[in-house]
Design a protein around this ligand. Sequence first.
Ligand code: ADE
Ligand code: ZN
Length: 338
Amino acid sequence: MTDLATRLIDALPKTELHLHIEGTLEPEMMLALAARNNVTMPYASVKDVRAAYEFDNLQDFLDLYYLGMSVLIEERDFHDLCFAYLLRVKADNVAHVEIFFDPQAHTERGVTFETVLGGLVSALEQGERELGITSKLIMCFLRHLPEDEAFDALACACRHKDHIFGVGLDSSEQGHPPEKFSRVFAEARNEGFTPVAHVGEEGTSQNVETALDDLKIERVDHGNHAFDDRALVARLAKQQTPLTMCPISNWRLKGIPSLGKSPVKKALDADVLVTVNSDDPSYFGGYINDNFHAVREALNLDEADIVQLAKNSFAASFLSDREKQTHLDKLDETIRKV
Ligand code: ADE
Ligand code: ZN
Protein backbone atom coordinates (compact mmCIF):
# COMPACT_ATOMS: atom_id res chain seq x y z
CA MET A 1 0.00 0.00 0.00
CA THR A 2 1.28 3.49 -0.83
CA ASP A 3 2.06 5.84 2.04
CA LEU A 4 -0.41 8.33 3.44
CA ALA A 5 1.15 11.47 1.93
CA THR A 6 1.04 9.90 -1.56
CA ARG A 7 -2.58 8.87 -1.08
CA LEU A 8 -3.50 12.34 0.18
CA ILE A 9 -1.92 14.01 -2.86
CA ASP A 10 -3.85 11.77 -5.22
CA ALA A 11 -7.19 11.89 -3.40
CA LEU A 12 -7.56 15.40 -2.01
CA PRO A 13 -9.76 17.82 -3.92
CA LYS A 14 -7.79 20.86 -5.02
CA THR A 15 -7.83 23.87 -7.33
CA GLU A 16 -5.33 24.80 -10.01
CA LEU A 17 -4.66 28.55 -10.01
CA HIS A 18 -1.63 28.90 -12.28
CA LEU A 19 -2.22 27.24 -15.60
CA HIS A 20 -1.76 28.60 -19.11
CA ILE A 21 -4.24 26.80 -21.31
CA GLU A 22 -1.89 27.10 -24.29
CA GLY A 23 0.74 25.34 -22.17
CA THR A 24 -1.42 22.21 -21.98
CA LEU A 25 -1.03 21.50 -25.70
CA GLU A 26 0.34 17.94 -25.74
CA PRO A 27 2.59 16.98 -28.69
CA GLU A 28 0.00 14.46 -29.97
CA MET A 29 -2.66 17.18 -30.18
CA MET A 30 -0.17 19.68 -31.62
CA LEU A 31 0.58 17.36 -34.55
CA ALA A 32 -3.08 16.39 -35.01
CA LEU A 33 -4.15 20.05 -35.14
CA ALA A 34 -1.25 20.91 -37.47
CA ALA A 35 -2.57 18.25 -39.87
CA ARG A 36 -6.21 19.31 -39.43
CA ASN A 37 -5.37 22.99 -40.07
CA ASN A 38 -2.61 22.54 -42.69
CA VAL A 39 0.02 24.21 -40.51
CA THR A 40 3.62 23.18 -41.14
CA MET A 41 5.55 22.50 -37.93
CA PRO A 42 9.30 21.82 -37.67
CA TYR A 43 8.64 18.44 -36.03
CA ALA A 44 8.20 15.08 -37.78
CA SER A 45 6.97 13.12 -34.75
CA VAL A 46 5.83 13.32 -31.14
CA LYS A 47 9.33 12.19 -30.18
CA ASP A 48 10.83 15.16 -32.05
CA VAL A 49 8.51 17.56 -30.24
CA ARG A 50 9.41 16.19 -26.83
CA ALA A 51 13.11 16.19 -27.70
CA ALA A 52 12.89 19.94 -28.39
CA TYR A 53 11.66 20.64 -24.83
CA GLU A 54 15.01 21.42 -23.22
CA PHE A 55 15.14 24.95 -21.85
CA ASP A 56 17.90 27.12 -20.38
CA ASN A 57 15.58 29.94 -19.32
CA LEU A 58 12.08 31.39 -19.65
CA GLN A 59 12.70 32.88 -23.11
CA ASP A 60 13.85 29.52 -24.54
CA PHE A 61 10.54 28.05 -23.45
CA LEU A 62 8.44 31.00 -24.63
CA ASP A 63 9.88 30.68 -28.14
CA LEU A 64 8.58 27.09 -28.41
CA TYR A 65 5.34 27.92 -26.59
CA TYR A 66 4.43 30.60 -29.15
CA LEU A 67 5.47 28.32 -31.99
CA GLY A 68 3.35 25.45 -30.62
CA MET A 69 0.20 27.51 -30.35
CA SER A 70 0.33 28.41 -34.05
CA VAL A 71 -1.67 25.21 -34.70
CA LEU A 72 -4.66 26.69 -32.79
CA ILE A 73 -6.83 28.34 -35.43
CA GLU A 74 -10.51 27.38 -35.18
CA GLU A 75 -12.88 27.71 -32.24
CA ARG A 76 -13.06 23.93 -31.94
CA ASP A 77 -9.25 23.78 -31.53
CA PHE A 78 -9.50 25.93 -28.39
CA HIS A 79 -12.43 23.84 -27.22
CA ASP A 80 -10.57 20.55 -27.73
CA LEU A 81 -7.44 21.89 -26.02
CA CYS A 82 -9.33 23.11 -22.97
CA PHE A 83 -11.60 20.07 -22.60
CA ALA A 84 -8.60 17.72 -22.85
CA TYR A 85 -6.98 19.61 -19.95
CA LEU A 86 -10.14 19.38 -17.83
CA LEU A 87 -10.43 15.65 -18.50
CA ARG A 88 -6.79 15.17 -17.53
CA VAL A 89 -7.03 17.06 -14.23
CA LYS A 90 -10.31 15.39 -13.30
CA ALA A 91 -8.06 12.38 -12.65
CA ASP A 92 -6.00 14.56 -10.26
CA ASN A 93 -9.16 15.47 -8.31
CA VAL A 94 -9.09 19.09 -9.38
CA ALA A 95 -12.45 20.63 -8.45
CA HIS A 96 -11.94 24.21 -9.66
CA VAL A 97 -9.56 25.91 -12.11
CA GLU A 98 -8.55 29.51 -12.73
CA ILE A 99 -7.10 29.45 -16.21
CA PHE A 100 -4.85 31.96 -18.00
CA PHE A 101 -5.14 32.59 -21.69
CA ASP A 102 -3.02 34.78 -24.00
CA PRO A 103 -5.37 36.36 -26.57
CA GLN A 104 -2.69 38.62 -28.05
CA ALA A 105 -0.68 35.57 -29.10
CA HIS A 106 -3.67 34.57 -31.24
CA THR A 107 -5.06 37.91 -32.46
CA GLU A 108 -1.62 38.85 -33.81
CA ARG A 109 -1.85 35.70 -36.00
CA GLY A 110 -5.28 36.69 -37.32
CA VAL A 111 -7.35 34.48 -34.98
CA THR A 112 -10.13 36.59 -33.50
CA PHE A 113 -10.61 37.19 -29.78
CA GLU A 114 -14.11 35.69 -30.07
CA THR A 115 -12.77 32.50 -31.69
CA VAL A 116 -10.41 31.95 -28.75
CA LEU A 117 -12.91 32.84 -26.06
CA GLY A 118 -15.78 30.93 -27.68
CA GLY A 119 -13.80 27.69 -27.72
CA LEU A 120 -12.58 28.07 -24.14
CA VAL A 121 -15.98 29.02 -22.75
CA SER A 122 -17.78 26.12 -24.44
CA ALA A 123 -15.19 23.66 -23.06
CA LEU A 124 -15.39 25.15 -19.55
CA GLU A 125 -19.18 24.93 -19.63
CA GLN A 126 -18.99 21.31 -20.76
CA GLY A 127 -16.40 20.67 -18.02
CA GLU A 128 -18.75 22.00 -15.36
CA ARG A 129 -21.70 20.06 -16.76
CA GLU A 130 -19.98 16.72 -17.35
CA LEU A 131 -17.03 16.71 -14.95
CA GLY A 132 -18.26 19.00 -12.17
CA ILE A 133 -15.17 21.24 -12.47
CA THR A 134 -15.90 24.94 -11.97
CA SER A 135 -13.71 27.65 -13.49
CA LYS A 136 -12.75 31.27 -13.96
CA LEU A 137 -10.81 32.79 -16.86
CA ILE A 138 -7.93 35.23 -16.44
CA MET A 139 -6.81 37.08 -19.56
CA CYS A 140 -3.07 37.79 -19.59
CA PHE A 141 -1.38 40.77 -21.23
CA LEU A 142 1.85 39.82 -23.02
CA ARG A 143 4.50 41.94 -21.34
CA HIS A 144 6.96 41.83 -24.27
CA LEU A 145 4.41 43.81 -26.33
CA PRO A 146 3.68 47.54 -25.86
CA GLU A 147 1.10 48.69 -23.30
CA ASP A 148 -1.00 50.17 -26.15
CA GLU A 149 -1.62 46.65 -27.44
CA ALA A 150 -2.66 45.51 -23.97
CA PHE A 151 -5.32 48.25 -24.10
CA ASP A 152 -6.66 46.66 -27.31
CA ALA A 153 -6.96 43.30 -25.54
CA LEU A 154 -8.67 45.00 -22.59
CA ALA A 155 -11.21 46.59 -24.94
CA CYS A 156 -12.05 43.08 -26.24
CA ALA A 157 -12.33 41.72 -22.68
CA CYS A 158 -14.74 44.52 -21.77
CA ARG A 159 -17.19 43.08 -24.30
CA HIS A 160 -17.08 39.74 -22.46
CA LYS A 161 -17.14 40.56 -18.77
CA ASP A 162 -19.59 37.72 -18.22
CA HIS A 163 -16.83 35.23 -19.10
CA ILE A 164 -13.57 36.91 -18.06
CA PHE A 165 -12.94 37.32 -14.34
CA GLY A 166 -9.44 38.73 -14.12
CA VAL A 167 -6.42 40.11 -15.91
CA GLY A 168 -2.85 38.88 -15.58
CA LEU A 169 0.61 39.65 -16.91
CA ASP A 170 2.87 37.02 -18.45
CA SER A 171 5.65 36.36 -21.01
CA SER A 172 9.22 37.74 -20.71
CA GLU A 173 9.81 39.36 -17.31
CA GLN A 174 13.38 40.51 -18.04
CA GLY A 175 13.28 44.07 -19.43
CA HIS A 176 9.51 44.34 -18.98
CA PRO A 177 8.84 45.37 -15.37
CA PRO A 178 5.28 45.62 -14.03
CA GLU A 179 5.25 49.45 -14.08
CA LYS A 180 5.21 49.26 -17.91
CA PHE A 181 1.56 48.20 -17.48
CA SER A 182 0.42 50.63 -14.74
CA ARG A 183 -2.14 52.41 -16.87
CA VAL A 184 -3.77 49.34 -18.40
CA PHE A 185 -4.02 47.63 -15.00
CA ALA A 186 -5.64 50.78 -13.52
CA GLU A 187 -8.17 50.75 -16.35
CA ALA A 188 -8.77 46.99 -15.98
CA ARG A 189 -9.42 47.41 -12.24
CA ASN A 190 -11.83 50.26 -13.00
CA GLU A 191 -13.64 47.94 -15.38
CA GLY A 192 -14.04 45.40 -12.58
CA PHE A 193 -11.38 42.82 -13.52
CA THR A 194 -9.41 41.22 -10.69
CA PRO A 195 -5.66 41.80 -11.21
CA VAL A 196 -2.85 39.24 -10.85
CA ALA A 197 0.66 39.15 -12.36
CA HIS A 198 3.66 36.92 -12.99
CA VAL A 199 6.44 38.57 -11.00
CA GLY A 200 9.61 37.39 -9.30
CA GLU A 201 9.88 34.41 -11.67
CA GLU A 202 13.12 35.61 -13.29
CA GLY A 203 12.74 39.21 -12.06
CA THR A 204 13.59 40.71 -8.68
CA SER A 205 11.68 41.07 -5.42
CA GLN A 206 11.26 44.72 -6.45
CA ASN A 207 8.99 43.53 -9.29
CA VAL A 208 6.83 41.73 -6.72
CA GLU A 209 6.57 44.90 -4.60
CA THR A 210 5.80 47.10 -7.61
CA ALA A 211 3.09 44.72 -8.78
CA LEU A 212 1.52 44.78 -5.31
CA ASP A 213 1.74 48.56 -4.85
CA ASP A 214 1.31 49.86 -8.39
CA LEU A 215 -0.71 47.20 -10.25
CA LYS A 216 -2.53 46.36 -6.99
CA ILE A 217 -2.47 42.65 -7.75
CA GLU A 218 -4.49 40.33 -5.53
CA ARG A 219 -2.35 37.27 -6.19
CA VAL A 220 1.33 36.81 -7.10
CA ASP A 221 2.10 34.28 -9.86
CA HIS A 222 5.43 32.57 -9.06
CA GLY A 223 6.98 35.17 -6.71
CA ASN A 224 10.13 33.08 -6.14
CA HIS A 225 12.35 36.12 -5.74
CA ALA A 226 10.13 37.52 -3.00
CA PHE A 227 12.20 35.20 -0.81
CA ASP A 228 15.26 37.41 -1.42
CA ASP A 229 13.62 40.05 0.81
CA ARG A 230 12.61 39.10 4.35
CA ALA A 231 10.42 42.17 4.86
CA LEU A 232 8.49 41.32 1.71
CA VAL A 233 7.92 37.73 2.86
CA ALA A 234 6.61 39.09 6.18
CA ARG A 235 4.29 41.42 4.27
CA LEU A 236 2.96 38.60 2.06
CA ALA A 237 2.31 36.47 5.14
CA LYS A 238 0.64 39.31 7.04
CA GLN A 239 -1.60 40.27 4.11
CA GLN A 240 -2.17 36.62 3.17
CA THR A 241 -1.54 37.53 -0.47
CA PRO A 242 -1.42 34.19 -2.29
CA LEU A 243 1.60 32.97 -4.24
CA THR A 244 0.88 30.51 -7.06
CA MET A 245 4.12 28.56 -7.32
CA CYS A 246 5.10 26.10 -10.05
CA PRO A 247 8.00 23.92 -8.88
CA ILE A 248 8.54 21.72 -11.95
CA SER A 249 8.33 24.80 -14.20
CA ASN A 250 10.93 26.64 -12.08
CA TRP A 251 13.24 23.66 -12.28
CA ARG A 252 12.78 23.04 -16.03
CA LEU A 253 13.39 26.76 -16.78
CA LYS A 254 16.49 26.71 -14.54
CA GLY A 255 15.08 29.31 -12.16
CA ILE A 256 16.16 26.82 -9.49
CA PRO A 257 18.99 24.29 -9.91
CA SER A 258 16.98 21.42 -8.41
CA LEU A 259 13.49 20.79 -7.01
CA GLY A 260 15.05 20.79 -3.55
CA LYS A 261 15.57 24.54 -3.99
CA SER A 262 11.88 25.26 -4.54
CA PRO A 263 10.75 27.92 -2.03
CA VAL A 264 7.46 26.08 -1.35
CA LYS A 265 8.53 24.79 2.07
CA LYS A 266 10.05 28.15 3.03
CA ALA A 267 6.72 29.75 2.12
CA LEU A 268 4.74 27.24 4.20
CA ASP A 269 7.05 27.77 7.17
CA ALA A 270 6.69 31.56 6.84
CA ASP A 271 2.87 31.27 6.82
CA VAL A 272 2.64 32.54 3.26
CA LEU A 273 -0.51 31.44 1.42
CA VAL A 274 1.39 29.35 -1.12
CA THR A 275 -0.14 27.02 -3.69
CA VAL A 276 1.35 24.37 -6.00
CA ASN A 277 0.51 24.45 -9.71
CA SER A 278 1.72 23.19 -13.09
CA ASP A 279 2.09 26.37 -15.24
CA ASP A 280 2.53 24.70 -18.67
CA PRO A 281 2.24 20.97 -17.96
CA SER A 282 2.79 19.70 -21.48
CA TYR A 283 6.04 21.62 -21.90
CA PHE A 284 7.40 20.88 -18.42
CA GLY A 285 6.26 17.26 -18.14
CA GLY A 286 4.04 17.42 -15.08
CA TYR A 287 0.41 18.11 -14.21
CA ILE A 288 -0.69 19.38 -10.81
CA ASN A 289 -0.40 16.13 -8.84
CA ASP A 290 3.03 15.52 -10.40
CA ASN A 291 4.05 18.90 -8.95
CA PHE A 292 2.69 17.93 -5.53
CA HIS A 293 4.56 14.59 -5.62
CA ALA A 294 7.76 16.29 -6.81
CA VAL A 295 7.87 18.86 -3.98
CA ARG A 296 6.74 16.34 -1.43
CA GLU A 297 9.75 14.19 -2.24
CA ALA A 298 12.31 16.96 -2.83
CA LEU A 299 11.34 19.01 0.23
CA ASN A 300 10.40 16.13 2.51
CA LEU A 301 6.90 17.47 3.02
CA ASP A 302 4.76 15.64 5.58
CA GLU A 303 1.04 14.87 5.56
CA ALA A 304 0.20 18.15 7.31
CA ASP A 305 2.06 20.12 4.61
CA ILE A 306 0.14 18.31 1.86
CA VAL A 307 -3.21 19.00 3.51
CA GLN A 308 -2.18 22.65 4.00
CA LEU A 309 -1.29 23.01 0.30
CA ALA A 310 -4.62 21.52 -0.78
CA LYS A 311 -6.51 23.82 1.63
CA ASN A 312 -4.45 26.80 0.47
CA SER A 313 -5.50 26.10 -3.11
CA PHE A 314 -9.10 26.87 -2.14
CA ALA A 315 -8.23 29.75 0.21
CA ALA A 316 -6.14 31.39 -2.52
CA SER A 317 -8.83 31.00 -5.19
CA PHE A 318 -11.31 33.66 -6.26
CA LEU A 319 -14.25 31.50 -5.19
CA SER A 320 -16.71 33.07 -2.72
CA ASP A 321 -16.26 32.37 1.00
CA ARG A 322 -19.29 30.10 0.87
CA GLU A 323 -17.97 28.10 -2.06
CA LYS A 324 -14.59 27.80 -0.34
CA GLN A 325 -16.22 26.44 2.80
CA THR A 326 -18.21 23.85 0.83
CA HIS A 327 -14.99 22.62 -0.81
CA LEU A 328 -13.07 22.62 2.49
CA ASP A 329 -15.81 20.52 4.12
CA LYS A 330 -15.48 17.98 1.28
CA LEU A 331 -11.71 18.04 1.68
CA ASP A 332 -12.03 17.23 5.41
CA GLU A 333 -14.40 14.40 4.54
CA THR A 334 -11.85 13.03 2.04
CA ILE A 335 -9.08 13.12 4.68
CA ARG A 336 -11.20 10.92 6.92
CA LYS A 337 -11.55 8.33 4.15
CA VAL A 338 -7.96 8.26 2.81
N1 ADE B 1 3.56 32.08 -20.32
C1 ADE B 1 3.35 30.76 -20.18
N2 ADE B 1 4.07 30.29 -19.16
C2 ADE B 1 4.75 31.34 -18.63
C3 ADE B 1 5.65 31.49 -17.55
N3 ADE B 1 6.04 30.48 -16.79
N4 ADE B 1 6.15 32.71 -17.31
C4 ADE B 1 5.79 33.76 -18.07
N5 ADE B 1 4.95 33.66 -19.08
C5 ADE B 1 4.42 32.46 -19.37
ZN1 ZN C 1 2.79 31.05 -15.66
